[in-house]
Design a protein around this ligand. Structure first.
Ligand code: MLT
Ligand code: ZN
Length: 438
């Protein structure tokens, strides 16, 4: 009854989708693991409409799942309890690039690749980049504090946000889009990384970085992860280093089968490290000099931009190739670099009979552990991660998938503080119930 009344009222203030066949596209996650349902998808066109939708939901006591590009991997944007989906995809406004401040204001629904085109036309760039750039949105990136491939140089999304505008659970709007780099007037409301549980992000003032068009990319074939870590230690002497991504022979075989791409190297290697440098001046000479000092089994250097994108594809196509193989259990962990070799030695026995595809962001010790078939070994793997002082979720967030293990990475005092913040900002648990804060 309340839901019916809310749906009717929402449809008077915003565009909605109620046709189940269309709404279904908002109810399933990227991996196919999470499949929910909703009576209504609200598609507001501006912040005022988002506020109206939230006010109605608060008055009717109806729960809401905020959603961006729906590229999340932990079930954090899927209506598993029949909630209203509040899609921010129509909030696609992009302000002028402020070259002096190196900032831009973007609506929550702006897709990362559209943001990149906009700011690159002005000679600047956004510091966060990853494979889902054609679908992931600014709001979702902030809500999950997305990481990706350039964290070693520019940090996670958190480091690239100056301020956020958000709608709270009661429909009130809080806005920090003024772009002041210095503003110590109290604490920051914790929307970044809140996964839609504390407010609905509607826009953001983003920090930009100089556009570095001179790039040099190489793929290293290596005997194992310890050798990759040794190479990384040397490569880090380069100021221009921007990316150090790794994958393994098993994943590469899957990617090649899925994409039809030829082998990138003459021989197959247990581990591959994809590195990229970017600088105002051609970084190739300094990268090549360092590469010569490494003991890699094989090194392939990209000749031009097309070649660079071809090398990226071997790494970036992992997610889709794995999805095509089956519905994966996706674990996204981070370990101190010194702990990685020992953890990786233990991993095969922890995952039992599952097919294991491992890739990730080496500089942050961020492993994407993808498992297909067999018994779900999440509990054993995450406990082992915690033993090494690692994080049970490096960059994908907690969502619904990881809440049972959050206590492995967060202390009782921290979890109590999480609950207190949630209680203060969303006392009726209308925003993304079941996600992050149990
Ligand atoms: C990536 O690094 O490609 C993403 O985190 C996606 C994934 O882990 O599947
Ligand atoms: Zn990743």
């Amino acid at each position: 009854m309340r839901m019916e009344r809310a749906s009717q009222r929402i449809s008077q203030v915003a565009r909605v989708v109620t046709d189940p066949s269309v709404a279904a596209g908002y109810c399933t996650d990227f991996t196919g693991r999470w499949r929910g349902s909703t009576p209504l998808v609200a598609l507001p066109g501006d912040t005022a409409e988002v506020a109206e939708v939230m006010r109605i939901c608060a008055e009717e006591g109806v729960p809401v799942v905020p959603q961006g590009g729906n590229t999340g991997l932990v079930g954090g944007g899927v209506p598993m309890g029949g909630e209203v989906v509040l899609s921010l995809r129509r909030l696609t406004g992009l302000g002028p690039v402020d070259a002096a401040a190196q900032q831009v204001t973007a609506g929550a629904g702006v897709v990362l690749s559209a943001l990149q085109r906009h700011v690159r036309a002005a000679g600047l760039d956004f510091g966060v980049d990853f494979a889902a750039r054609d679908a992931a949105t600014v709001g979702g990136m902030i809500a999950t504090n997305a990481g990706g491939e350039r964290v070693l140089r520019y940090g996670t999304t958190r480091a690239n946000v100056v301020g956020v505008e958000a709608v709270l659970a009661d429909g009130s709007v809080v806005s920090r889009l003024g772009g002041l780099a210095k503003d110590n007037t109290g604490f920051e409301l914790p929307f970044t990384g809140s996964e839609g549980t504390l407010g609905v992000i509607t826009a953001a003032r983003l920090r930009l970085v100089p556009l570095l068009e001179r790039r040099a990319t190489a793929l290293l074939g290596l005997p194992g992860v310890p050798a990759a870590l040794e190479a990384l230690a040397v490569l880090r002497s380069l100021d221009s280093l921007e990316m150090a991504e790794f994958f393994q022979a098993e994943g590469l075989r899957l990617v090649r089968g899925h994409t039809g791409l030829p082998s990138p190297t003459r021989e197959e290697h247990p581990v591959y490290l994809l590195v990229e440098c970017a600088a105002p001046r051609d970084p190739a000479p300094e990268l090549h000099a360092v590469l010569e000092s490494l003991h890699a089994s094989e090194i392939v250097v990209a000749a031009d931009a097309a070649d660079r994108h071809r090398l990226w594809r071997y790494r970036e196509a992992h997610t889709e190739a794995i999805n095509a193989r089956g519905v994966p259990v996706k674990l996204d962990v981070a370990l101190p670099l010194g702990e990685l070799p020992g953890f990786l030695d233990d991993l095969p026995s922890l995952v039992g009979g599952c097919e294991l595809y491992l890739f990730g962001h080496l500089a942050e010790g961020n492993l994407h552990i993808n498992l297909i078939g067999g018994q779900d070994p999440t509990d054993a793997v995450l406990r082992r991660v915690a033993l090494s002082g690692g994080s049970i979720s490096a960059e994908h967030g907690v969502g619904r998938a990881k809440t049972p293990w959050l206590h492995l990475s967060r202390s009782p005092a921290e979890l109590a503080a999480f609950r207190a913040v949630k209680q203060a900002l969303d006392p009726r648990h209308l925003l993304n119930p079941g996600v992050l804060v149990p």
